[in-house]
Design a protein around this ligand. Sequence first.
Ligand code: FAD
Length: 413
Amino acid sequence: MNYADSDRAQELADRAHELMEEVVLPIERERPGGMGISSGTVAELREAAREYDVYAPQIAEEYGGMGESFRDALPVFEEAGRSLLGAVAMRVDAPDEGNMHLLELAGDDLQKETYLEPLVKGELSSGFSMTEPLQGAGSDPKMIQTTAEKEGDEWVIDGHKWWTSNGVEADVLIVLARTDPDAHPYEGCSLFLVPAEADGVEVVRDVPHMGGETLGASHAEILYENVRVPEEHLLGELNQGFTHAQERLGPARLTHCMRFSGMAQRALDIAKAYTSEREGFGSTLSDKQSLRYRIADAETRLHVARTAIRDAADRIAAGEEARIPVSMCKVFTANVTQEAIDLAVQCCGANGIGKDLPLAEFYQSVRKFRIVDGADEVHRRVIARDAFEDVPNEELEALTRFGDPNTRREGGH
Ligand SMILES: Cc1cc2nc3c(=O)[nH]c(=O)nc-3n(C[C@H](O)[C@H](O)[C@H](O)COP(=O)(O)OP(=O)(O)OC[C@H]3O[C@@H](n4cnc5c(N)ncnc54)[C@H](O)[C@@H]3O)c2cc1C
């Protein structure tokens, strides 16, 4: 399916596609079922992405990226999502991608030099520490318990976070903490850059979880106990942590959608290939109308998702926050992708469950997408709030009401 992407976006997409076909997918297919990849393979993939000129397209050139616009980089993210190895290769992988974006937006010169540039090169890795065990910040981030108090020219951070992706491997953690206990959390929290080796940072464990074997990325439980960081480690404006977090999460939700839509496309492509070769009951499976219709529906829904993602990306590129379109994309793409992968597993029979194909890993990977960066219900809440904002009560003028026989219009049929 072609989209109204610019010539530049198409050129980038073509190069990313070549990288995927010639380097990434062959490496993915060589791995014995579901085995993790080594740091050497990651380095090899990144070197290849540089050669194909699609490495860190979303980051400004001065920090080591390619300086492409958000909209033009979009199809690169989609291509990258076709394999679990694609985003790592092109350095558009979560959570570093969102953290780099945040550092680019909110970081000062020293923070960019110390953290952003090495992150772009792949020399450092990072985590974003916002979620807390109950009854702390989760779907309702206002429930945040972690605090940061100013003592002299230092901030002292105390809190208990979990599900910090990359938390075990991270060299630097971006931590959200309350800095003004009297203010509403949206006006009283700040972000801090916390080096993972700082005294008082204790990585309790990688929380055992579904999926993730390929990349081996952790989702860590972390204690921050009396962690002292210099005041220069405040990231962005004091008490504007939620605003900055939104600046990170809005585009990051959309880049998740781009990557996962690529995963959905690959899953459907595998299903089409398998069912076109596999025979049963006198014809190939792809000849069975019931399967064809289900693939047709999945392709249609994926096309709608991709179109909506482009619309939201255009709005963000034009400077809009695009909160509602992004929430719509997030819920819709997560569900469309999950359904497409489930269908592909079904179409491939036992091969869908086996790990010679990537579908089983996709299946495990996609489930989190309906929870991370705001669960389905949280985004539906945002969409519904907007939908009910301006209810057209005049639509009820013709309604017959109890006890009032005169509300019917005269001359009705
Ligand atoms: C793989 C993975 C990676 C993650 N990475 C990070 C990370 O890097 N950094 C980070 O800070 N966090 C991370 N998270 C945490 C994630 O952002 C939270 O899990 C998410 O915000 C939901 O919070 P919670 O788990 O506390 O669920 P809860 O808040 O306990 O909600 C549980 C469920 O209740 C339902 N629900 C919630 N609110 C409503 C409502 N208003 N109406 C109806 N139903 C509702 C939803 O279905 C939700 O899934 C990660 C999570 C996972 C699974």
